[in-house]
Design a protein around this ligand. Sequence first.
Ligand SMILES: O=C(O)c1ccccc1NCC(=O)[C@H](O)[C@H](O)COP(=O)(O)O
Length: 307
Amino acid sequence: MTDGVEKVQPRIKPHGSVDEIKSGYVDMAYHSIKIYAQRQQDVEAAKWTPGTRPEELGTYLHMDLAPPLMDFVNRLKNNPSTYTSSPSLSLMAEIKRASPSKGDIAPFVNPAQQALLYAQSGASVISVLAEPTWFKGSLTDMHLVRKAIDALPDRPAVLRKEFIFPEYQIAEARLWGADTVLLIVAMLSQEQLQRLYAYSRRLGMEPLVEVNNAAEMARALEVGAKVIGVNNRNLHDFSVDMGTTSALVDMVRERDVVLCALSGIQGPEDVRVYKEQGVNAVLVGESLMRASDTKRFIKELLAWPDA
Ligand SMILES: O=C(O)c1ccccc1NCC(=O)[C@H](O)[C@H](O)COP(=O)(O)O
């Protein structure tokens, strides 16, 4: 297993001065860099910890200790749990305890129970935010999610939703039960994106490649991504513009790409518009975590008919 941690530099420029940063003032763009830098430190620590060193992860993979994989692309294209034969948009349901922009959302959620609820409500993918500092998630959450839904017929795929920059995190994801991982184009050079995409594919996982504008979409298409998520949330200032996905739909029309809208989705009207435009899936976090009746909320959100 190769590892490119040392070579990776953030592509997002800080807005705050060093003094502002030191004094604790953090503007949003700088916040993205802080997440990234913290994650680099976390990964570095894990790589030096006996039991989770890269060579040990490599051995576990070689011993075939990773659990069986679900075909992520296929699971998004065919959703047997929507009770409808008409083409239907698929749901990626996210487990999100907290976020940098909103603070605590549902800090004490039980990820395994929440995942089961999502699965029983027709989700195609369970997205687990595994970043610990700002999102209060973990690999343990993801592992327990996988265990909770593992025996279900047509179980949803499991996504490690994270800031991923070395192969190491992809190997971890595979060992702990992910079927796919997130690759954020804005945080990677083209060479890194290509390398991580290829490594994920080698482990049998088609990644979800996240973009935010036309230039990033072109880069995702260049590496041959089959599942592309357009983030409506701008990672520089965290503002949400639902038109971000709509503006990029034409770039993938007629291509064999599953197009997903990520972030800011709150109600059926958001989903209806995307469906009309040809978007194939939506990824929903906060509004699902805050829903009082999750199952009903999902059915109404996706306009799925009664079973
Ligand atoms: O949610 C944030 O504040 C955030 C900030 C910086 C980087 C990523 C962030 N969120 C990760 C996500 O991509 C969202 O959790 C996901 O798309 C769901 O969004 P939402 O439905 O708006 O909770």
